[in-house]
Design a binder for this molecule. Structure first.
Ligand code: SAH
Length: 457
């Protein structure tokens, strides 16, 4: 990924364009390399003359390093390594931008403070950047900030125009702005333009992004879309809105301790399992063992078994639960490697089972196998299933897509109900439904939950 910033000297009386180096805090004669958790960034100046000076930020995303930060066992086998992130991830570029030009983003310049405070004719160019959404999105995002915006769609293959276009554009922004503002606009709007779930934006980064929006994002006509694209979950959007005051730029006050959605979901599932009275519990598709950790805290659960198809996830679970260091736990928790799509005698005879955000990871025909194996063969006394409610995705924006790249489907409330009621009827269970997380008046809850009980034993 490449971003160039070009300054041109407006007239011979004006300071040389190479003063850009003072503003960026990067000397035009030097090449600066930085290792980031997801790759390497290099800043260099392909052109540095008194008339024109270009600084380039080259980001080489390392998909292998990246795969270590994504959750184990999710996605198609090669997807963590072969994907478009090295070429187009707006969120990586944003993080690299802040890393390389953080001081410039504060607007301070030891040598050229007056220049840093002056709007200058600047051009930012990105040969390829992800732009998911309507064709006029780049203009809608950058236009209101005073830029002339050129966004040319990048064809999938120039030799085969019939293959269509990719969701990428060649982007050129030109305007007369303070450098600090240009950097803040890019930092906030490139990930918003990308629109994908932001792989490397954790909460702390989201907070920084929003801070760099102070002073301009609050009056931006697309503010809602921009904020929504950062924050996939309603809870966070609300929180960001609360924090969005002009003072937020200086304010380092701790975040409001609003429970995060996944924690809330796990707490709800743990409550249902407790109420079931079960002593032996299965966590099917246990992932990294977050639910197991909660359940271990309750002495009621004498035997806990986590099953996952991903050996890597199980390794992480074993580490997080400190199974090696705490042999006394080994009697209470076991981790099994296996797939819910195969009948498995080890899963028979349990009081309860949980499948938290698991079913949507299976292909529909595999889901049928899971349903039969779980309710027909393993037959736990109680079964708790949670899955996203697709209707709620409208809250994230019209083009938000699925919530995770590995989701094979996301169901509406009616679809979930149809599956659950069918499974219950076919296998002699009763089922009731509950909402988890934020509930929208017309789209319903973020997460839907079904609790099955054996009708006869
Ligand atoms: N329940 C965990 C993890 C949810 S992610 C939590 O709430 O944190 C979905 C998990 O299901 C992943 O760990 C994935 O490896 C697992 N999974 C997907 N298909 C599976 C299958 N066929 N059998 C068992 N586990 C599966």
């Amino acid at each position: 990924m490449l971003l160039t910033l070009t300054a041109t000297r407006p007239g011979s009386g004006a300071p040389p364009a190479t003063d850009l180096g003072f503003l960026l805090h990067k000397h035009p004669d030097r090449v600066l390399e930085r290792e980031l958790p997801f790759g390497r960034s290099t800043v260099f100046y392909p052109e540095a003359s008194p008339e024109r000076c270009t600084a380039a930020l080259l980001l080489e995303v390392d998909p292998v390093a990246l795969s270590r930060h994504t959750r184990a066992g999710e996605g198609a086998p090669l997807e963590p390594y072969v994907n478009d992130r090295p070429y187009a991830g707006g969120s990586f570029l944003a993080v690299a931008l802040r890393d390389a030009f953080g001081t410039a983003m504060t607007g301070r310049s030891k040598e050229r403070q007056a220049l840093a405070d002056t709007p200058l004719p600047l051009v930012a160019e990105l040969p390829c950047v992800a732009a998911r959404g309507p064709a006029d999105l780049p203009t809608r995002l950058f236009g209101p900030l005073g830029y002339a915006v050129e966004a040319q769609p990048v064809p999938l293959d120039p030799l085969f125009p019939e293959w269509g276009e990719r969701p990428y554009v060649r982007l050129r922004l030109s305007g007369t702005v303070r450098l600090k503002d240009l950097l803040a606009h890019l930092y906030v709007l490139l990930p918003a333009l990308d629109g994908r779930k932001h792989y490397y934006l954790d909460d702390a980064e989201v907070e920084k992004l929003l801070r760099h929006g102070a002073g301009w994002l609050d009056t931006h006509p697309e503010r809602e879309l921009i904020t929504r694209r950062f924050l996939r979950f309603r809870e966070l959007v609300r929180q960001a809105e609360v924090n969005f005051t002009p003072e937020a730029a200086e304010d380092d006050a701790p975040r409001d301790p609003h429970p995060r959605l996944h924690d809330e979901r796990l707490d709800r599932v743990a409550e249902v399992l407790k109420a079931s009275g079960a002593a032996r519990v299965l966590d099917l598709g246990c992932g990294e063992g977050k639910l197991l950790r909660r359940l271990l805290a309750a002495p009621q659960f004498r035997e806990l078994v986590g099953l996952d198809v991903s050996a890597r996830a199980l390794e992480i679970a074993a580490e997080r639960l400190h199974l090696r260091e705490r042999p006394e736990l080994a009697g209470r928790v076991r981790l099994l490697h296996g797939s819910l799509t195969y009948r498995d005698a080890r899963l028979r005879g349990f009081g309860a089972a949980a499948l938290v955000e698991v079913i949507e990871h299976l292909e529909p025909h595999r889901l049928n196998a899971l349903t039969t194996n779980l309710f027909g063969d393993a037959r736990p006394g109680t079964v708790v299933v949670t899955t996203p409610n697709r209707e709620y995705n409208a809250v994230f924006g019209e083009d938000a897509g699925m919530r995770h790249t590995d989701h094979r489907f996301e169901w509406t409330r009616a679809e979930f109900r149809a599956w659950a009621e069918g499974a219950a009827r076919d296998h002699g269970y009763t089922v009731r439904f509950a909402d988890v997380g934020e509930v929208h008046p017309s789209f319903g809850p973020v997460t839907q939950m079904a609790v099955f009980g054996k009708a006869t034993s």
